[in-house]
Design a binder for this molecule. Sequence first.
Ligand code: KG4
Ligand code: ZN
Length: 312
Amino acid sequence: MASQVEEHALYGGVVPEIASRRHLENICQVVDQALRKAAVTWDEIDLYAVSAGPGLAGALLVGLTAAKSYALATERPVIGVHHVAAHVSANFLSAVEVVFPAICLTVSGGHTSLLLVRDYADIEQIAATRDDAAGEAFDKTARLLGAGYPGGPAIEKLAATGKARHVFLPRGLDPSLGLDFSFSGLKSAVANYVGRARQKGETLSPEDLAASVQAEIVNILIGRLRMALAAHSVRTVLLAGGVAANTALREGCAKLALELGLAFHVPPLALCTDNAAMVASSGFFSYRAGYRDDLTLNIRTVWPLNVKNLTI
Ligand code: KG4
Ligand code: ZN
């Protein structure tokens, strides 16, 4: 497979122009490699599922054009899937059976949302971040500490030997405003704290800072999840997205589900961060539920997720 992580690490985040250029250069080889590794022939592919949005236009276009071309050449259908719905669907690859309805906390570098999952292909967003995603708060903290990219795993590693001693107010939005999230205040508070400490020449423990930021992010996420579970009668809690790889978050959600007597599923680590299997899973369940696309399929960089528009 081809990885762009090293190149983006130079800039501390994904550079859109670099991402789409590298996608274009590598996509055919990556698909060939994937088929070889899975020992699957073109004839055995029944459906092409592709992430059609939301996201960066250039990168989405490369994937979409490739998927439509493969579909046309092999005379198979193509289906566009919603990136966040795909993260949720990573759970359907590993969980034996999911009892619906469920609430899924989906936390990645670009999204932080609470989703009401009525069925495999019946997903409605009930809350989202009003500004930055939780993953960005991890990434920004790692950048401030020079701890590496992507930031989440680096912060988690540092936090393992640190103590949560600091509170970085504001803690997101006031709960009276509803279920939505906000992480821009936390991000700025951490940046100000680090800036002030450096200005004063104070020594700063990266481990303690990482532990504090991680604890605060997890608290905010679990707090909102608890509110959502109080407002909606569901049988299962799901966790998804790149940040779902975080052990403290996984444990927090598992504990909450246990306390409330609900089932809990989270994908294995490898299926939490962006991957092709989750897109295939989402496409499969959408197709099975009767959703169809054709070769006029286009990208949707902004795409609110609700029941009526799971596909385009
Ligand atoms: O879902 P994803 O791979 O890509 C997007 O759709 O954004 O999520 C990437 C995000 C990054 O912000 C990364 O720092 C975060 O997931 N992440 C983690 C961990 N592993 C990845 N955050 C906290 N702890 C982790 N172990
Ligand atoms: Zn993602």
